[in-house]
Design a protein around this ligand. Structure first.
Ligand code: FAD
Ligand code: NAI
Length: 462
C-alpha cells in the first residue's frame, strides 16, 4: 500500500492537469487510469483524433477546390484511407506519450487499472488499496444512448467508431446536429460521402447565437451536408450491413425513413462514473448523473472532489483542465477561480465557429440593453487572399458602458481569434479598448478590431 496526498481517478484533461498541478505544488500524487494510454477521451478518441481528421480532409478540400486558382496545377491527391487513419493514430500516440513524459518529469505515479473508492481516503486499483488524503474524481464521460438505437461501433457508431471506420461510407446519416455530428459529418463529406444530418430541434448547434447558427447551416449546406430538422429519431435497424433510420417530423408527426451505410449517433454525452462506488459512499448526484460539487469542487463526502465532464457545465477539455488546476490549487490552500462566464466554445469545421459569453438571445432574456458590432471577413484583405472571406465577427456590448458581454465568430481561425476577446472580457474591457489596440496588417485579427470599431463610430473597411 502506498500513501499519497492526492489520488486522481482518470487521466483525461481534468485528471492529468490536476495531477501535474498537485505535483508542482509539492504534493505526493498518483493518477489512476484504466486505458492503455493517458490523455482520456480528449487525446485518445476525442479532440485530438477528430482534429487530425479535420486537418487532413481540409487539406484535401483545399487541393481539390483552391489549388488550381492559385496556379498550383496537377491532379488533386487521392485518399489512402489506411494511411490517413495511421496519421491520426500517430498524432494520438505523440500526444498520449507526451503526457506519460510529463508524469515522469513531475513524479506523478500512474496507477494502471480501474479505480474504485471503497471508503473516503482509500482508492483500490486491482488488488492494491492506496491511501490518499484527497481523492479527485475525473472519470469523464461517455456517449449518451438513444432509445431504439443499438450501437455496434461498425454500422451504427458513436464518435469513437466514426474515428476508425473500416472504409469511407458512401452514405452517412448523422443523428444530432451538435458539435460531434458537424465536425465528423464535415470530415466524411470532404471525403466524398453523402452526409445527411437528422436533428431533433429546428436549428443546428443548440445554444449557439441564432444568426451564427443560420449562417453556419448555410455554409455546411453549400459544402454538401443535408439537414432534416425538427425530426425525432425513433430507431435504427441494421440488415446486411445497411442501416435504416426511422424518424418522425415533429411538425406533423409523419414517419419517414432514410438508409445509410453508416449511422453516427451524436446526441450528447453523459458523465461516466460506473464502478467508482459512489452510491455506496453516498456521493450526491444530480438527476442528469453529474456529481454534485460546491464552489471548490468538493462533493458532500469529505476529502472527495470531482471535476471535468463528471460535473455540471460545458463538456469541454479546457473547462476540465481549468477545473483540474483549480481543485489542485484549492487543496494546496490557494484561492483559485474559474470564470465560467468566459469559457470559449469552438467548432473546428471549415470555417471554424467560435463563441464566448452571452448571445443575443440570452441578453434579450435578461432584458439587458446591448449593442452589436459586426464585421464581415469579406472586408479583410488576408481572408480574401486565402479564400476565407465567408463569415463574420460579431461582438455584443453593454449599450451604456460599452463593456464586452459576448462574441461570436464564424470564419478563418475563429478558434484562435476568440481568445483576444476572452482576454479582453477577463479584464472587463470595453469594445473601445479593443478598437484602440493596434492590430498588425494583414491579419484575420483585424476583423475582430473592426467589429469592435463597429460597436462605436463604425468599422473602416465595411
Ligand atoms: P475524459 O477525457 O473523459 O477522461 C476520463 C478518463 O478517466 C478516461 O481516460 C477514462 O478511461 C478514465 N476513467 C474513468 N473511470 C475510471 C476508473 N474508475 N479508473 C481509472 N480510470 C478511469 N472538447 C474540447 O474542448 N475540444 C474539442 O475539440 C473536443 N472534441 C471532442 C471530440 C470528440 C469526438 C469527443 C467525444 C469529445 C470532444 N471534446 C472536445 C470533449 C472532451 O473530450 C471532454 O470534454 C474532455 O475529454 C473531458 O475531460 P475529463 O478529464 O473530464 O474526462
Ligand atoms: P451536443 O450536445 O453538441 O449535440 C447533440 C445534438 O443532438 C443536439 O443538437 C440535440 O438536439 C440532438 N439530439 C438529441 N436527441 C436527438 C434525437 N433523438 N434525434 C435527433 N437529434 C437529437 O452533443 P455531441 O455533438 O454528441 O457532443 C457531445 C459533447 O462533446 C458536447 O458537449 C461537446 O461539448 C463535446 N465536444 C466538443 C467539441 C469541440 O469543442 N469542438 C467537439 C466534439 C465534442
Amino acid at each position: 500500500m502506498s500513501s499519497y496526498d492526492v489520488i486522481v481517478i482518470g487521466a483525461g484533461p481534468g485528471g492529468y492537469v490536476c495531477a501535474i498541478r498537485c505535483a508542482q505544488l509539492g504534493m505526493k500524487v498518483a493518477c489512476v487510469e484504466g486505458r492503455e494510454t493517458l490523455g482520456g477521451t480528449c487525446l485518445n478518441v476525442g479532440c485530438i483524433p477528430s482534429k487530425a481528421m479535420l486537418h487532413a480532409t481540409h487539406m484535401l478540400h483545399e487541393a481539390e477546390h483552391n489549388f488550381a486558382t492559385m496556379g498550383l496545377k496537377g491532379k488533386a491527391p487521392s485518399v489512402d484511407w489506411k494511411q490517413m487513419l495511421s496519421y491520426k493514430d500517430d498524432t494520438i500516440a505523440q500526444n498520449t506519450g507526451g503526457i506519460e513524459f510529463l508524469f515522469k518529469k513531475n513524479k506523478v505515479d500512474w496507477l494502471k487499472g480501474w479505480g474504485t473508492i471503497p471508503e473516503a481516503g482509500k482508492v483500490k486499483v486491482g488488488d492494491e488499496v492506496h491511501e490518499a488524503k484527497h481523492i479527485v474524481i475525473a472519470s469523464g464521460s461517455e456517449a449518451a444512448s438513444l432509445p431504439g438505437v443499438e450501437v455496434d461501433e461498425k454500422t451504427v457508431v458513436t464518435s469513437t467508431g466514426a474515428l476508425e471506420l473500416g472504409k469511407i461510407p458512401k452514405k452517412l446519416v448523422v443523428i444530432g446536429a451538435g458539435v460531434i455530428g458537424l465536425e465528423l459529418g464535415s470530415v466524411y463529406a470532404r471525403l466524398g460521402a453523402e452526409v445527411e444530418v437528422v436533428e431533433f430541434l429546428d436549428a443546428i448547434t443548440p445554444g449557439m447565437d441564432k444568426e451564427i447558427a443560420r449562417q453556419f447551416q448555410k455554409m455546411l449546406t453549400k459544402q454538401g451536408l443535408k439537414f432534416t430538422l425538427g425530426a425525432a429519431v425513433q430507431g435504427v435497424e441494421v440488415k446486411n450491413n445497411k442501416a435504416t433510420v426511422t424518424y418522425k417530423l415533429r411538425k406533423d408527426d409523419s414517419e419517414h425513413t432514410m438508409t445509410a451505410d453508416t449511422v453516427l449517433v451524436a446526441t450528447g454525452r453523459k458523465p461516466y462514473t460506473k464502478g467508482l462506488g459512489l452510491e455506496e459512499l453516498g456521493v450526491e448526484m444530480s438527476e442528469r448523473g453529474q456529481i454534485k460539487t460546491d464552489g471548490k469542487y468538493a462533493t458532500n463526502v469529505a476529502g472527495i472532489y470531482a471535476v471535468g465532464d463528471t460535473i455540471a457545465g460545458p463538456m469541454l477539455a479546457h473547462k476540465a483542465e481549468d477545473e483540474g488546476m483549480a481543485v489542485a490549487e484549492g487543496i494546496a490552500g490557494q484561492h483559485p477561480h474559474v470564470n465560467y462566464g468566459v469559457i470559449p466554445g469552438v467548432i473546428y469545421t471549415h470555417p471554424e465557429v467560435a463563441n464566448v459569453g452571452e448571445t443575443e438571445e440570452t441578453l434579450r432574456e435578461q432584458g439587458r440593453k446591448y449593442k452589436v458590432g459586426k464585421f464581415p471577413f469579406m472586408g479583410n484583405a488576408r481572408a480574401k487572399a486565402n479564400f476565407a472571406g465567408d463569415g463574420f465577427v460579431k461582438i455584443l456590448v453593454d449599450a451604456t458602458t460599452d463593456r464586452i458581454l459576448g462574441a461570436h465568430i464564424i470564419g478563418p481561425m475563429a478558434g484562435d481569434l476568440i481568445h483576444e476577446i476572452c482576454v479582453a472580457m477577463e479584464f472587463g474591457a470595453a469594445a473601445e479598448d479593443l478598437a484602440r489596440t493596434c492590430h498588425a496588417h494583414p491579419t484575420y485579427s483585424e476583423a475582430v478590431r473592426e467589429a469592435a470599431l463597429a460597436c462605436g463610430d463604425g468599422a473602416i473597411h465595411a
